[in-house]
Design a protein around this ligand. Structure first.
Ligand code: R5P
Length: 314
């Protein structure tokens, strides 16, 4: 069974990078539109009996999800032996419970759709909440991007970060577990957090900084930057509390609305994200986009050989 890699339109560059890392050609396929806008996909070479990996993030537009599902269905009907959805950014993950009357559990619905399309496994990066894995009855490998960030930090600070000078800050209470896990991997840095209340979706209000950040350098860490309200408010609050340098790090840079402008203005000196989301525009020089194709390629190689994926996090 050979590895075959293909994908929709969400992450073409990442798909190309993964294939280069694996030393294989992209499996010939097309993803196009009928004249009314309906999506048409076709796999243009045999995948019978193969180990197929379909690379597609499910951020908006919703066509991204549909392309993933249609490619999965096409691979299934073409008798692929195993089909893995490689979803660098798993969209609709933020609605993972019914916390108000008459709202959907979107993450669960996404999981059901992916399974119904015929996928056998999911490989994703920094799921918004680990428990989303439980919405699937197929194996889910959730990679943490920490090794990518650590490599970047080591390129900037070859001696590592001194725990007496640097502190990891979560911009909200929900991110504290993530911050703690990352801190363990990053020189056991101490952690602090922002007590944020959100009156309605996409509106973040900083309440207070919990922890002593005065005179410290900050790694401000989140999984997602969407409107950048959460993270930029956190950066201002930290500055007010006397923080020194601030570096923002988030796995998924959605950058909706005027997020880029907000981040440009905010007191962080750098904004580091990965390419789980393809950026439509050139980003200002304050931004760094880290390439995760090598990381995903290695995970694909290990899944194919039946090796351990968790070893990648060590
Ligand atoms: C929330 O729980 C997430 O971890 C992020 O903090 C949130 O999605 C960021 O959204 P925004 O950038 O719109 O404030």
């Amino acid at each position: 069974m050979e590895i075959k890699v293909l994908g929709g339109n969400s992450n073409r560059d990442l798909m190309v990078g993964i294939c280069e890392e694996l030393g294989i050609e992209i499996t010939k396929h097309s993803v196009s539109r009928f004249s009314d806008g309906e999506i048409f996909v076709q796999i243009d070479e045999s995948v019978r009996g193969d180990d197929v990996f379909i690379v597609q993030s499910t951020n908006p537009p919703a066509e991204n999800i549909l392309e993933l599902l249609l490619l999965g269905d096409a691979a299934k009907r073409a008798s692929a032996a195993r089909i893995t959805a490689v979803i660098p950014y798993f969209g609709y993950a933020r609605q993972d419970r019914k916390d108000k009357p008459r709202v959907p559990i979107s993450a669960k619905l996404m999981a059901k759709l992916i399974e119904s399309a015929g996928f056998d496994r999911v490989l994703t990066v920094d799921l918004h909440a680990d428990q989303i894995q439980g919405f699937f009855d197929i194996p889910v490998d959730n990679l943490y991007a920490t090794p990518i960030f650590k490599k970047y930090l080591l390129s900037e600070f070859p001696m590592g970060l001194n725990p007496d000078e640097w502190i990891i800050v979560s911009p909200d209470v929900g991110g504290i577990k993530r911050a703690r896990t990352i801190a363990e991997k990053l020189w056991n840095l101490p952690i602090a957090l922002i007590d944020k209340r959100r009156p309605k979706p996409n509106v973040a209000e900083v309440v207070r900084v919990i922890g002593d950040v005065k005179g410290k350098n900050i790694l401000l860490i989140d999984d997602i930057i969407d409107t950048a309200t959460t993270i930029s408010n956190a950066a201002y609050a930290l500055k007010e509390e006397g923080a020194n340098r601030i570096i923002i790090m988030a796995t998924h840079g959605l950058f909706s609305g005027n997020a880029i402008e907000k981040l440009e203005k905010c007191p962080a000196e750098r904004v580091v994200v990965t390419n789980t989301i393809s950026q439509r525009y050139d980003l200002p020089s304050k931004f760094v986009v880290l390439d995760i194709s090598q990381f995903l390629a290695e995970a694909i190689r290990r899944i194919h050989r039946g090796g351990s994926v968790s070893q990648l996090f060590l």
